[in-house]
Ligand binder design. Structure first.
Ligand SMILES: [Zn+2]
Length: 316
């Protein structure tokens, strides 16, 4: 059944009438349209609200704009059943064929390394050059759950470098696989840990930075919070950068000890974790990844953080 869709005028009226609460409801409507990947409608609704009045939504607003700009001029090609590629022909400069094979290879590699037999339905979009500006949040790409599929968006500059392009695709597809298998219940730090490993993005200088105390090693709660820092400020971006690198260390330690496929198994296990087990974990300040990690690797979250720290010290 289709939910009735509010129009732009109704949404503007809610915002006027109900202030903050109305604005929140109005942005929910924008988010619903965004989830359907109905970008014209989304952009129209979002323009009516304006990003300035809704600071918390600025990042979503920019993604909407970038995706809508792209959609107006893009073509879409099916690479495999359930795998589509969207790009702007004039902008990829004759690379369309190669982008297709790089994408297909990278998707298959991410699934294989994480021990998945198949991928969830995916749309990989190379965003317009116009969107490739410093104001785009999450500049190396992002993965969005949509209704019935996952959308991976990548900045245009990646197409000039097959290695970087494939690394970004693998990173984002790892997110899609984890989101799908764990039903969106995996902590951000663990999802990034998996993606950093599958994207082969861990910086070899990182362990030393933690070991020498230049960067602070965070506990699970603080690490999770760090991903929510404001990426609009230089300070916030530095905190987020370090959080990615710490997650990368944790993922590397798990992958070296138990194999990369264990990371995928943890995601699947989270998807099967029952309510009571999750509740028990939450009561100790952790999430469903704690019982899942214990079941798959024999290490809980706290043990993993201790092992990650120890590994940094040993690498120094
Ligand atoms: Zn990521």
């Amino acid at each position: 059944m289709q939910r009735p869709r509010p129009g732009r005028r109704e949404i503007e009226e809610w915002a006027d009438l109900y202030g903050g609460a109305g604005e929140h409801a109005a942005w929910r409507a924008v988010e619903d349209a965004f989830r359907r990947d109905d970008l014209e409608a989304t952009h129209e609704l979002a323009l009516g609200l304006g990003a300035g009045a809704a600071g918390a939504w600025l990042s979503l607003y920019r993604s909407i704009e970038a995706e809508a700009l792209t959609r107006r001029r893009s073509v879409r090609k099916t690479l495999d059943s359930g795998l589509d590629l969207e790009y702007i022909d004039e902008e990829v400069g004759g690379l369309a064929g190669r982008l297709g094979s790089w994408t297909r290879e990278a998707c298959r590699e991410a699934a294989r390394r994480l021990g998945f037999e198949e991928l969830p339905p995916l749309l990989v979009t190379v965003l317009s050059d116009e969107a490739d500006a410093p104001w785009v949040p999450l500049r190396n790409g992002y993965c969005e759950p949509k209704d019935g599929f996952f959308k991976v968006c990548l900045p245009a500059y990646l197409v000039d470098d097959p290695r970087e392009f494939q690394s970004a695709v693998r990173h984002e597809v790892a997110h899609a696989l984890c989101l799908d298998a764990a039903g969106g219940r995996m902590a951000a730090w663990l999802e990034e840990a998996v993606s950093m490993v599958i994207g082969d993005e861990c910086d070899p200088r990182t362990p030393r930075r933690f070991a020498t105390g230049r960067w602070r090693w965070l506990d699970p709660r603080r690490l999770e919070e760090a991903f929510g820092e404001d990426r609009e400020t230089a300070e916030g971006r530095e905190i987020v950068h370090r959080a990615y690198e710490q997650a990368g260390v944790l993922g590397t330690v798990l992958a070296r000890r138990f194999g990369e496929a264990a990371l995928g198994e943890v995601a699947r296990r989270i998807g099967r974790t029952g309510f009571l087990k999750e509740l028990a974990a939450r009561l100790t300040g952790l999430g469903p990844e704690d019982p899942a990690l214990r079941a798959v690797c024999g290490w809980g979250v706290r043990r993993l953080f201790r092992e990650g720290w120890r590994w940094c010290r040993a690498e120094e």
